[in-house]
Design a protein around this ligand. Sequence first.
Ligand SMILES: [Zn+2]
Ligand SMILES: [Zn+2]
Length: 395
Amino acid sequence: MCKSALHPFLAALPKCEHHVHLEGTLSPNLEFTLAQKNNISLPGNDAAFTSPSSLLERYSHFTSLDDFLHYYFVGMSALITSSDFEELAWEYFKHAAEDGVLHAEVFFDPEAHTSRGVPYQTVVAGFKAACQRAERELGISTELIICVLRHLPVESAMEAYETAVTAGHFADGTLAGLGISSTELNKPPANWKAVFAKAEKQGIRRTAHAAEEGPPQYIADALDILHVQRIDHGRRLVEDPVLMKRVADEGIMLTLCPISNVCLKGMSSMKDMPIRKFLDAGVHFSINSDDPAYFGGYILDNYCAVQETFQLSVDEWNLLAGNAIEGSWCNDERKRELRKALAHLQWRRSLQYVYRSLQIFDREYAPGIQYFKIHRTRHPGQAFNPLINERREFG
Ligand SMILES: [Zn+2]
Ligand SMILES: [Zn+2]
């Protein structure tokens, strides 16, 4: 919890999370528990894997995206059965609900599991069960997004995509779209043109990690070559004012992950996050957690970090929350419900304002009212006439 006076408002704000990797929600505790259950040995030649606490400590000083990805992929090795995947996602959804998330669009990396012998269907069955439970028990609407990995060959991405298509998971709504993540430098979006072109042809929504570490040109390439409908991260868009204007004009949403960018040394401090510049330029963005178990911050922590650094107004937060709803991939009916939740919070704040004003009025005018009452008891025989009494006392 931050020190901002707006913290209760930030906590209550209805949130949409668009950028969280389910595998990035694996805490060291759960990783050790599942590794033991599944007889998986974590690397013995790295002292970080001595205990959950030493692993957590190692997470506090990542040097780059690739340094983090090493631990991210080792962590996944503990996930074997459907129930492991379900437990992992369920832990995340519980945390998200506590943070005020009403709608969550979550990534997963099938290639990282199929490459070590865990079937695609096992992964999806577990995640899908957790999504359904989150909708049923927590009231969170969810969308599952398949994410292909940039550090692997393009053929691997195509195979993962085709597996999902063959399973009928885009057609039956199990999957809401296609994304691409992992190592970014020297992996230009154009390499994955064939995969994204297929998805486009089949009417599947598309998004891409771009300009997290890579140049702003990767955003232009993701838009012009992969024809994505939104950009994950996109932090370095600020370096290209012409492209920034285009992104704003076309209403393309960025899914920013502020704490992640500081943790992975994409920028030296939160002050370098272009929150104010994006707001001034009219760029739509949502604020997200990325890999919260590794970066020490879930979605509300990210909201708080932004607030402590940039002191946004209530109106600006309402605008951000509204843009996040509009940029979501849920259906129109759910969007209407999310808008209603936001309007309800605004209405509650208006009521609180009136109530506080009445309290101030009471405090300011209480002495006068008291004086009035005393005067009345001094003349018990006289019929009480506030107008006459007022004239006598004040005139
Ligand atoms: Zn806070
Ligand atoms: Zn990400």
